[in-house]
Design a protein around this ligand. Structure first.
Ligand code: AMP
Length: 379
């Protein structure tokens, strides 16, 4: 299968080729024709599967055939749970649409609202947004959705976890009826809640790749080390210095843990960045950019901030603590083993959190092998 057989036109194929993509990923193979045919789609999409291109490419194709957006109108709305994800999706839209005469913009909170209002007043073909800021802009009449053609709900499970659903519902109500718009819902996991939302929002959707019994990516080698609370840091520190550990994201459960761990790593000479809700947006964006460029080898993150990390070539994900919500585990380890590469996840389980393992294994549908860390990490 090649991109040319999927029904995309030359300007889009040219942009795809310039990215060096040779063949569509499995989700792209299924989602692109379904979206081009005008269907609603409900897709199980972990990060790293190429899902962003899976919806962006056919949307651009559809939009390129119609009339440009009028003042204050948006033709496509892509809702994402985090600012980082919004920014990255926005970058993809600009990249894949670079040979089309299309307008796109990204809006999220934590930055000035006026420039966003001005852009929206002119109208945009593709609007990528986080729910809170979008609500503000909508209530100030900066943007209208009555001519919306396509609505994308990206990482719907995370929007639910973060409590955004009431806002998302209000936004969805401002768009045309579900029979009159095309709705695409992406989620890493499909719980009953997500299925209910999907039923409310989508019209006769086509399901793509929904395999709840196998939620973790096959491309990740998942290790669980049994450690005492005292050994945790020592094992981490040795791991970071070991061969092949080139680009690492460490997850901890709370902001204060992330902050303390980051301080400790910096003191022991590791170049590490921090991504958590208490860090200002501009700094987070800068840190992520440095991580992408390889200037920073290690990122310490909370689940919420870590959701936006879409960087290829992450060699290891470390769960410094096991996440309390098993679904976060799936999101965390999905930061490595992306786009055909393989990756390793290392989770520390100690007396405080090993009780979380059975629920996690139930979600994964497989047993996780727990071992003691290798000797060289205990020195
Ligand atoms: P995503 O799951 O959308 O975050 O995409 C993961 C990564 O895969 C991104 O860095 C994309 O640039 C890359 N990617 C997307 N589609 C393809 C493809 N067909 N071939 C190779 N890489 C891809």
């Amino acid at each position: 299968m090649s991109f040319t057989t999927l029904g995309l036109s030359a300007p889009i194929l040219k942009a795809v080729a310039s990215q060096g993509y040779e063949t569509p990923s499995p989700i792209q193979e299924k989602a692109i024709p379904a979206i081009l045919a005008g269907n609603d789609v409900m897709a199980a999409a972990q990060t790293g599967t190429g899902k962003t291109a899976g919806f962006t490419l056919p949307i651009l194709e559809i939009l390129s055939k119609g009339k440009r957006a009028g003042p204050n109108q948006a033709r496509t709305l892509i809702l994402t749970p985090t600012r980082e994800l919004a920014a990255q999706v926005g970058e993809s839209v600009a990249l894949y649409g670079k040979h089309l005469n299309m307008t796109s913009t990204v809006v999220f909170g934590g930055v000035k609202i006026n420039p966003q209002m001005q852009k929206l007043r002119r109208g945009v073909d593709v609007l990528v947004a986080t729910p809170g800021r979008l609500m503000d802009l909508h209530s100030q009449n900066a943007v209208r959705f009555d001519n919306l053609e396509v609505l994308v709900l990206d990482e719907a499970d995370r929007m639910l976890d973060m409590g955004f659903i009431p806002q998302v519902k209000r936004i969805v109500r401002a768009t045309p009826a579900k029979e009159s718009r095309q709705t695409l819902l992406f989620s890493a996991t499909f719980t009953q809640d997500i299925l209910n939302l999907s039923e409310q929002w989508t019209y006769q959707p086509i399901s793509v790749d929904i395999e709840p019994e196998n939620v973790a990516t096959d491309s990740v080698d998942q290790k669980v080390y049994l450690v005492s609370s005292q050994q945790r840091y020592q094992v981490l520190n040795n791991l970071l210095r070991s061969e092949g550990c080139t680009s690492v994201i460490i997850f901890a459960n709370r902001r204060d843990q992330v902050r303390r761990l980051h301080e400790r790593l910096c003191k022991s000479g590791v170049t590490a960045g921090i991504l958590s809700g208490e860090i200002p947006q501009a700094k987070r964006t800068r840190t992520l950019e440095q991580f992408k460029q390889g200037e920073i080898k290690v990122l310490v993150a909370t689940d919420v901030a870590g959701r936006g990390i879409h960087v290829s070539g992450v060699s290891h994900v470390v769960n410094y603590n096991l996440p309390e919500d098993p679904e976060d585990y799936v999101h965390r380890i999905g930061r490595t083993g992306r786009a055909g590469a393989t990756g390793t996840s290392i989770s520390f389980a100690s007396e405080d959190d090993a009780f979380l393992l059975p629920d996690l294994e139930a979600l994964l549908g497989t047993k996780l092998e727990c071992t003691h860390p290798p000797k060289e990490l205990l020195i």
